[in-house]
Structures are given as C-alpha cells and as structure tokens.
Design a protein around this ligand. Structure first.
Ligand code: HEC
Length: 427
C-alpha cells in the first residue's frame, strides 16, 4: 500500500482536461504526501499550495502539513483514522521545500488565510528570510487589521527586536486592533516607565476594546509604575468618576495589583443589592459576543425560551425591541434577580390539584371547565377546574441560577447585546 503513496502524491500536478480538480482527490494527495515524508513529497505540497485553481482550504491544508512535518497529526486527514509515524522526521525537509517556494507563493496575490498559513509555517520552521515579509505585512493597510495584528505577533515570536521597532510606528496606526497588538509588544519588551504613559493615554481612547485592553495590560505588568497607574484608576472608580465601560477591568486590576478583596457577589438578595453587586457589567460589553452567547451558550440556553432576531422559543417574552422601553439595569435585574420584576403575561401560577400534585405554568386561558397552562418546557397542559384545590402565584419561570453559569464578562456582553435590541419584533 505504502509504495502507492508517491504516485498518489504526484497527482498534485494533475490537470483535468476540463473543469476543476476534485476536492476529495486533493485531500488524498495532501495526505499521501504527508505520509510519504520524502523531499519530493514536501515539494508536491508546495505545488498544491501554489495552485490558484484549488480551494483555499486545501491550499492552507497543504501548508499546514509542511508546518507540522516533524510531527504529523495522529489522525489521517482524509478519514480520521489513527495513523502512526514511526521515525521522527526532519523539519529541514519541509523548511527547504517551503523556502524554495516562498518567492513564488508570496509573489502572487494570496487570500489572507493562505498568506497567514504560509507566514506561520515559515516562522515555525525557522525560515529567517520571512522576517522582512512579516514587517511588510504589518504595515500593509490593504490587509485586515486582525491579520496585521497577527503578523506582528508572529514577528514577535521570530524576531522580537524587529517587532519592537515596528511597534513604535504601529502604536499610532488608525486601526485600534493594530494599535493594541503594538502596545502588547511594547508592554512585554520595553521598560515600564516608557510604556505606562502610553497605556495611560490608551485608557482614554475613543475605542472601547482598546480602553479595556489598555487597563488589562497595566494589570498584567509587574512594575511600580503600573501599581501607581492602577491606584489612580481605582481612586477614580471609588469616587464615581471612572468611565463605566472599564469598571470591570479596573476592578480586576485593583485585585491583581493592589491585592484588593473583591466581595463575592451574593447568590441572592434584594434586587437592588443584586444589581449593585453586578453593576460593573452594565456598560462596556461587546454586542457581537453577547449575541453569540445568547444563541449558542448551552449552559444558559437563553434561546430555548426567548425569541430574538428571527429565532428562538416562546416560553419567555420576545426580546426584540426590549431596549426601546427597558434600561440596562432592568435587563441586568432580569438575569440576576428574575423574580424582582416578572414581565406581565409571564407570571406563573401554581395549582395544587386534588391528587396532591403541583402544576406550575403561565396561565394561557381559563373557562368554567378547564385552565390551560403553558409549562416551562413550552408545552400546554389542561387542568380541570374541578380538580383544583388551591392556586398561588409562583416565581418567574426564568431560571434564577443563570448568573452562576456566566462570567462577569459574559454577562456584560449579554447586556450590551440586549441593549442593542431597539427594533420591535416583526409581526
Ligand atoms: C427556562 C426558560 C428561560 C431561560 C432559559 C431564560 N429565560 Fe429569560 N425569561 C423567561 C421567562 C418566563 C421570563 C418572563 C418572566 C420574568 O420576567 O421573569 C423571562 C424574562 C426575561 C427578561 C425580561 C423580559 C421582559 O420583557 O421584561 C430578560 C431580559 C431575559 N429573560 C433574558 C434572558 C437571558 C439573557 C437568558 C439567558 C442567559 C434567559 N433569559 C434565559 C424564561 C427564560
């Protein structure tokens, strides 16, 4: 079987008479080349990576196979079956192949993921000529800010001195993501007395993420200048004059650098106490992350009960438009103290039946004969009026323990997202 691998790998150069090369074939070619491990196989991987007629994902995969050449994945790329590579393999083989292909690869217009894969592989394989290409990428404003920030990170890993030099210019870049990456480089490689004033200025940036990142960097650095800066911010927090979007970060910084006790948030209490204990989550969240939590975080499964932006359950109120009438403290209270204010039409009633069974739900309708109740799982249950011994009003069916399953940052992001829901639900 193994002796067929080189032949399969050689299909890297295959051009069908018409149409595109089958994607499944390309995957097999990559896998075969990876397994054979010869210099020729490494060269064939660069051929796959250079072919603009192949899917970007496959081209990235070929580069990735070179990057991990010395330690190929334990699972076969095509069928996921465990595979064992006995002899340890020399990364020099992959390095030589990639280095030879670099001018052609980077000379062509590469998609960003591919370009990044190439630079990452080259960095990890120790190709030193890549340094200047990374520098160019850091400055290249036609690339996305996120990729430029990543390029600076790679440069830092391979050539720290060059990264520090580049960071001097990039800290004034128009893109916040790039500035933040530059500051991280400086914070870890330059003396505190030089960097702290830069960070203090960034704490007042117009960009939210940048302000928060600057405070977090101050908290990470271990220098007397940082302690002073954190003291100043904490004093502002205490006097109520601090920008509310960085409360959470400054509190964390005070804990880390000044050893300040952070009172554990109460598990229950009056709604004022609860909202006060979580007040640093009211401002400064990230809308996109909050949306993602709402729709995907399984532990809290908000979307199982609430409908928003076109999907979700109907056990709880629709959240679209909620920000038009409700303020952030109300949204926070809904989560940390759900029983404080129960949304009209969602008050639960608990019925004790003559069989001694408790049924709790939201009253849907009632006539002389039957009461219709919507249960917490969304199903509707009929209860015979004649069988009801007692009725009491029950707690909110919004779970009270959600807050224990969310970090403060997550809660802050959720609030930010809900506070962005100003458009009413579509009828
Ligand atoms: C088991 C179902 C359930 C889950 C899970 C749930 N909720 Fe609720 N939620 C409700 C019900 C029922 C109400 C209405 C009763 C009330 O106001 O307490 C409600 C009320 C609310 C309100 C107030 C709405 C209004 O119009 O006043 C907000 C805001 C809210 N939930 C957000 C969330 C978020 C965010 C999550 C996820 C972290 C979540 N809920 C998870 C059932 C649920």
């Amino acid at each position: 079987m193994t002796n067929l691998l080189p032949a399969l790998a050689a299909c890297a150069t295959y051009q069908p008479p018409q149409g595109k090369v089958d994607d499944a074939l390309v995957r097999r070619v990559i896998s075969a080349a990876e397994k054979s491990g010869t210099p020729e196989a490494a060269r064939l991987l660069t051929v796959v990576a250079s072919r603009s007629d192949l899917a970007t994902d496959r081209r990235v995969e070929a580069i990735d196979a070179l990057r991990v050449w010395a330690k190929p994945p334990q699972r076969n790329r095509v069928n996921g079956v465990w595979q064992f590579h006995s002899a340890s393999r020399d990364p020099v083989v992959a390095r030589a192949a990639l280095e030879a292909a670099l001018p052609e690869l980077l000379g062509s217009r590469l998609d960003e993921p591919l370009r990044f894969a190439v630079l990452q592989a080259a960095t990890e394989l120790g190709i030193t000529s890549i340094g200047s290409m990374l520098v160019n990428w850091c400055y290249d404003t036609t690339c996305s800010p996120a990729s430029r920030a990543k390029a600076l990170g790679s440069l830092l890993a391979s050539k720290p001195a060059a990264a520090v030099e580049v960071s001097a210019k990039l800290r004034d870049d128009p893109q916040p993501a790039v500035r933040m990456a530059a500051r991280r480089v400086r914070a870890t490689h330059l003396p505190a007395e030089q960097v702290v004033p830069e960070l203090e200025a960034a704490v007042c940036s117009a960009d939210l993420a940048e302000r928060q990142a600057a405070v977090s960097l101050l908290a990470e650095m271990d220098a007397p200048e940082c302690v002073e800066a954190v003291k100043t911010l904490t004093a502002k927090l205490d006097s109520g004059s601090l920008d509310p979007t960085i409360h959470l970060e400054v509190r964390e910084a005070a804990q880390k650098r000044l050893g300040r006790e952070v009172a554990a948030a109460p598990a229950s209490g009056s709604s004022e106490d609860m909202v006060a204990a979580w007040s640093d989550t009211l401002e400064g969240g990230d809308v996109a992350r909050g949306r993602d939590l709402f729709f995907t975080k399984g532990e809290v499964s908000c979307v199982r009960c609430h409908h928003a932006e076109g999907k979700g359950g109907d056990v709880g109120p629709k959240l679209d438009g909620i920000a038009a009438t409700k303020q952030r403290p109300y949204l926070l209270e809904s989560i940390v103290a759900p029983n404080a204010t129960v949304a009209e039409a969602y008050r639960t009633t608990v019925f004790l039946t003559d069989e001694g069974v408790n049924v709790a739900g939201i009253l849907v309708s009632e006539n002389a004969d039957t009461v219709k109740l919507k249960l917490a799982d969304g199903t509707v249950k009929d209860v015979k009026v004649a069988s009801i011994d007692e009725r009491t009003s029950g707690p909110s069916s919004m779970p009270a323990d959600l807050v224990g399953k969310l970090t403060r940052r997550e809660l802050r992001d959720l609030i930010a997202w809900m506070a962005s829901l100003t458009k009413p639900p579509k009828p």
